[in-house]
Design a binder for this molecule. Structure first.
Ligand SMILES: Cc1ncc(COP(=O)(O)O)c(C=O)c1O
Length: 413
């Protein structure tokens, strides 16, 4: 994926005008759900119209070449190969696919940081119970001066019992970016498998999945890439091709017995088949009849930001990160996301004063049409501000303007 380019910066106001956001709302929560650019919405709607008007023709004849094209374009964007890319509905489905299908040697343990996304922790807890494996967390340095501190913490935590290391590429609560490649290198040296939760990474970071080198890399395209809701993926790393079982048994389960299509026998497990997949991919991906239009619209989402220029998008996001840090910092809140290079992206979190009512903060912000999450951690509460290229300085200013009265009403200040 090209990450820098010499093209001039676009007019950001025109770019913003193409994002289907309600202008009455100050939307600072791309980290939870990405909005859609008009061309992406239009493409998904056009595909759904074709599906509605001719379902058999759409699924049997039109969709396979579109799916293969989407797979090739997405794989090139992510820095992987099409035969490794399994589309899923979201990153949760991708992590579940690994956690439910991967057999690990017991006794042993799954190791993860203490800042993983709650639902994914539950996913590994269930996998651990089923396979008689422990699940252990290690404390992550959350304000490191250098990414090496995170690698050292993981190095200390890995033991001879560790079978698998699970971590987020970008932390959900604070936006801290973890040194994924170095963590995967460390795990490989210690004979430990890696599963990366890259929920936020595609389009936020200059991601090259094969360079990261995880055994399994799971992520979302419906956050920072601004693809339609329902677009996630799993990349199966080299050497892991036959390690998983599908979550749903459907027509991909017996790759040699094709029920429809005129593609005949496949040229091999990783060769394109008649369905826009490969036999190995379809084994994991095909779940029966469902709406695959979000996947098919991904190329338009890639083109949308590529046309703005990835270098421009990243510079804009970096400028907004600095602006957010300054303006929200001026209200008296301390940043909970490190400022150092390589440690942050498009989310900046701030520590909220102790003792206030988080529910009242949420309500107070929304009563003023400000959409920004309050994240509750065992030891603290965080306000997490997302700033994508379409975020305006006026929106950050608006948050800063309402914060003092909202926090005061919620019991602090
Ligand atoms: C780190 C992380 N993992 C997993 C998820 C779950 O994403 P989804 O609901 O799209 O599967 C999120 C959502 O915000 C997340 O931040």
């Amino acid at each position: 994926m090209p990450h820098d380019d010499p093209r001039p910066a676009p007019d950001w106001a025109s770019a913003r005008a193409q994002i289907l956001l309600d202008p009455a709302v100050t939307m600072l929560n791309t980290g939870s759900f990405g909005p859609l650019p008009r061309p992406v919405f239009d493409r998904a709607a056009e595909l759904r119209l074709r599906l509605a008007a001719g379902p058999t023709d759409f699924f049997v004849r039109q969709a396979p070449p579109l799916l293969w094209d989407a797979r090739c374009r997405t794989a090139a964007f992510l820095g992987t190969e099409p035969h490794r890319l399994v589309f899923t509905t979201n990153v949760s489905a991708a992590v579940n696919l690994v956690a439910s299908g991967l057999r690990l040697a017991a006794p042993g343990e799954v190791l993860m940081t203490d800042h993983e996304y709650g639902a994914m922790v539950w996913c590994w807890e269930r996998a651990g119970q089923r396979q008689r494996l422990g699940v252990r967390t290690f404390p992550l340095p959350t304000m490191p001066a250098d990414p090496g501190e995170i690698v050292e913490a993981a190095e200390r935590a890995v033991t001879r019992r560790t079978r698998l290391l699970f971590f987020s590429h970008v932390l959900s609560p604070t936006g801290l970016v973890l040194p994924a490649k170095e963590l995967c290198d460390l795990a490989r040296r210690r004979g430990v498998l890696t599963v990366v939760d890259g929920a936020h990474a595609p389009a936020m970071l200059p991601l090259d999945v094969s360079d990261v080198g995880a055994d399994f890399y799971a992520a979302n395209l419906h956050k920072w890439l601004l693809a339609p809701t329902g677009a996630g993926f799993l990349v199966v790393g080299p050497g892991n091709e036959d390690r998983l079982q599908p979550l749903h048994v459907s027509w991909g389960y017996h790759p040699d017995r094709y029920p429809i299509g005129d593609g005949g026998k496949s040229a091999g497990p990783d060769a394109p088949d008649a369905y826009g997949s490969t036999p190995r991919v379809r084994f994991l991906e095909f779940e029966g009849t469902r709406d695959i239009c979000p996947w098919l619209a991904v190329p338009v989402a890639i083109d949308f930001q590529a046309d703005l220029g990835w270098g421009n998008v990243r510079r804009r996001v970096a400028d907004l990160a600095a602006y957010t840090r300054r303006v929200i910092g001026d209200t008296g809140l301390s940043p909970a996301t490190p400022a150092g290079p390589g440690l942050h992206g498009a989310m900046t979190a701030f520590e909220l004063p102790a003792g206030l009512d988080a529910g009242k903060v949420r309500r107070g912000l929304w009563e003023r049409w400000v959409e920004v999450p309050v994240i509750e951690r065992p030891d603290r509460r965080l306000l997490r501000v997302s700033h994508h290229f379409y975020t305006t300085e006026a929106e950050i200013d608006r948050l800063a303007e309402v914060l003092p009265e909202v926090l005061q009403a919620a019991g602090s200040g």
